[in-house]
Design a protein around this ligand. Structure first.
Ligand code: SF4
Length: 187
């Protein structure tokens, strides 16, 4: 260490397993603050289960985790009309935008100069699309988006190793009610 203070980055944490390898990648160069903004997660008990796991990672790896109020209704309104979209379609673009705009807004409010997201580590998600939406959110709120594709250089594989070491729960679906394979319950 040369004694210089590391710049802050607000990391949108989509889930605990994905945050492990992303934190490992960012922490040498940044002071990382986690931000668990995921109003897309359904049902509520799944949200709380994923949040508990994210808290566990934050504690184990040593970063603070900011948790805003859970507001699934605002997410439902944002994706209204896109319920029948396939996974990877237009609903997902709106979902990414909801989470990345909230992260950029929070970074601006906190005076944290950078923000980014764990979302690009997933092999199931279109990183280019996430990065474009992140850059747009950064411009809107005047915060720099760290546009890194975390799945590169075996990022996902590393997240599997670290998750296994920490004994983390790995969810079986992306998160929203429409990504559940079975018919969603009426709730
Ligand atoms: S499938 Fe995943 S990314 Fe797409 S809308 Fe649902 S939770 Fe969001």
């Amino acid at each position: 260490m040369n004694g210089k203070k590391k710049p802050g980055v607000l990391l949108h944490v989509c889930c605990a397993p994905d945050s492990t390898a992303v934190f490992e990648k960012l922490s040498p160069g940044f002071e990382v603050f986690g931000f668990f903004h995921n109003p897309n997660i359904y049902p509520a008990n799944e949200y709380h289960k994923r949040l508990a796991e994210a808290r566990k990672v934050a504690q184990e790896l040593g970063f603070s985790l900011i948790v805003p109020a859970f507001d699934p209704e605002s997410w439902r309104r944002a994706v209204q009309g896109l319920e029948d979209e396939p996974e990877g379609g237009d609903r997902c673009a709106v979902c990414f935008r909801v989470n990345l705009r909230a992260t950029a807004r929070k970074a601006q409010e906190l005076g944290v100069p950078f923000f980014t997201t764990t979302l690009t580590i997933s092999p199931h998600k279109d990183s280019e699309r996430i990065l474009r939406i992140g850059r747009e959110a950064g411009s809107e709120f005047g915060v720099s988006f760290l546009g890194e594709n975390f799945k590169k250089r075996d990022g996902f594989k590393r997240s599997l190793e670290l998750s296994r070491d920490l004994g983390l729960y790995r969810q079986g679906y992306c998160g929203c009610r429409f990504s559940l394979r079975k018919d969603p319950p009426d709730a």
